[in-house]
Design a binder for this molecule. Structure first.
Ligand code: SF4
Length: 462
């Protein structure tokens, strides 16, 4: 019988059905970082358990570590304590860890695919909501809480509720100036931030098929913002070529054997879905959020619809009928696991080249990993950004969340390439986040206000 990738991977990893109705699922890859693990390791020790599969567990530091200085001990005591705890726990358990002095350090969802750890047909877990990113390579990847991190450390398995599968098709070419970020913001806008509850999202159609793995990661990354438990794209030649030669990917004959298996786990033609939704790429333009959840978005020059009593209007300072275009910004942030990859920095640099950041704007570029940083520097992108007035940082989560030294102040407005615009997300309880593509952030940094990036791309020679 024709099956979806979801059904095949779920069945292949099922340990047993639990009396609760949940499924105990074996986890092929467990990624750990400094913030959601100290308590999990403590609980493990208290219960007298050991890490069952240290060879399937890999660690990095990203959330709380500073990106402006790598000097130890960190000035932030909590950052130092959490990092030291992860170092201790990984050393004791024999888990490979990439700390700030490692070439492989970076945001957990950037380094997994980059190193070839993330592979099609895998089940992946990590104590971070945006673990869905790894679905871009045809994996089933789940964000988990601290007690589940403990469970995976102890048993390499997770108890999960079964999910339905929604096929989301996007078809047609994207116009210049329209990016994967605009696609996923549009999907969440239409289906709602709770529209995916109880579902895994399978993305397909000619637009998704034509996307690079970086772009597919941007789409899958925000599945969780649409309420879905996971999001994935069926593996294809783009996936296999992305993985070829990566340090943890199979090599030689094993690679060819792996490709045969990876191909076999893609959804079968004729597989049944619990729901199907279709989007026309031609109807998607540069999209920005205006509210306090990622579903509250709008075309950059479209009027915002809604009821004036919605608390998002009062908080953000917009009114029904107003446009985001022209909104003055204070901070521009290019980075995060949504849009901190090399192709994101290249797209932003194309807009920035030959311009300067507006005098009132603080602008930062934070590569998603040290490897992204090195590759960007090899292409001279750091010169493009720094000569335009951007700060050029080390790898980490930075201003995606207000947990490290990069925070908004007061009512500042931030044009951000990250994935969450909840109240307080960027460190100030009254700070305002406008989510958009990295090219749109770059355009806003230069103009000092939100603009349609297409007007600036017209100035860029082909
Ligand atoms: S960049 Fe943001 S969303 Fe991604 S792992 Fe870091 S904190 Fe989480």
């Amino acid at each position: 019988m024709a099956q979806t990738l979801f059904q095949k991977v779920w069945d292949a990893h099922t340990v047993r059905k639990l009396p609760s109705g949940q499924t105990q699922l074996f986890v092929g890859l467990h990624l750990v970082h400094e913030v959601t693990t100290p308590q999990a390791f403590d609980m493990l020790r208290q219960d007298g358990w050991k890490v069952s599969y240290p060879n399937r567990t890999f660690g990095t530091v990203d959330h709380i570590v500073p990106t402006s200085s790598r000097q130890r001990p960190f000035l932030d005591v909590m950052a130092e304590e959490m990092t030291a705890a992860l170092e201790r726990n990984c050393r004791d358990a024999g888990i490979p860890l990439w700390t700030l002095d490692s070439d492989n350090q970076g945001i957990v969802h950037v380094i997994g695919p980059e190193l070839g750890l993330t592979q099609p047909g895998m089940t992946i877990a990590c104590g971070d909501s945006h673990t869905s990113t790894h679905g871009a390579l045809g994996a089933l990847a789940f964000g988990i809480g601290t007690s589940q991190v403990r469970d995976v450390l102890a048993s390499q398995s997770l108890a999960l509720d079964p999910l339905k599968v929604r096929r989301i098709e996007v078809n047609g070419p994207l116009e210049p100036g329209v990016y994967a970020k605009d696609v996923i913001l549009t999907i969440i806008r239409r289906l709602g931030v709770d529209g995916g509850v109880g579902f895994a999202y399978e993305y397909g159609g000619s637009t998704i098929d034509a996307m690079t793995i970086d772009e597919r990661m941007t789409v899958c990354n925000m599945s969780i913002e649409g309420g879905a438990r996971a999001g994935y794209v069926n593996p294809d030649n783009t996936t296999f070529e992305f993985l070829r030669g990566r340090p943890y990917a199979p090599s030689g004959q094993m690679f060819d054997r792996a490709v045969a298996w990876w191909r076999s786990i893609a959804s079968d033609r004729g597989a049944a879905y619990d729901d199907r939704v279709a989007f026309d790429a031609a109807s998607i333009g540069p999209t920005v959020t205006w509210g306090i959840n990622p579903g509250q978005s709008v075309g950059v020059s479209e009027p915002i619809a809604g009821s004036p009593v919605d608390e998002a209007f009062a908080f953000m300072g917009f009114h029904p009928g107003s446009r985001v275009e022209g909104t003055k910004i204070d901070v521009a942030f290019i980075g995060s696991c949504t849009n901190g990859r090399l192709s994101d920095l290249e797209a932003a640099a194309r807009v920035v080249r030959g311009h300067h950041v507006a005098p009132h704007v603080k602008a930062l570029v934070v590569p998603g990993s040290q490897a992204v940083r090195r590759a960007a520097e090899a292409r001279g992108l750091h010169d493009v950004f720094t000569s335009a007035g951007f700060e050029w940082r080390g790898a980490g989560c930075s201003m995606c969340l207000g947990m490290n030294t990069d925070k908004l102040e007061g009512r500042q407005v931030c044009a951000s390439s990250s994935n969450r615009n909840f109240k307080g997300r960027q460190g100030s309880p009254t700070g305002r986040t406008l989510l958009m593509s990295p090219a749109m952030v770059a355009a806003a940094a230069i103009a000092g206000e939100v603009v349609d990036v297409r007007t600036m791309l017209e100035e860029v020679p082909a």
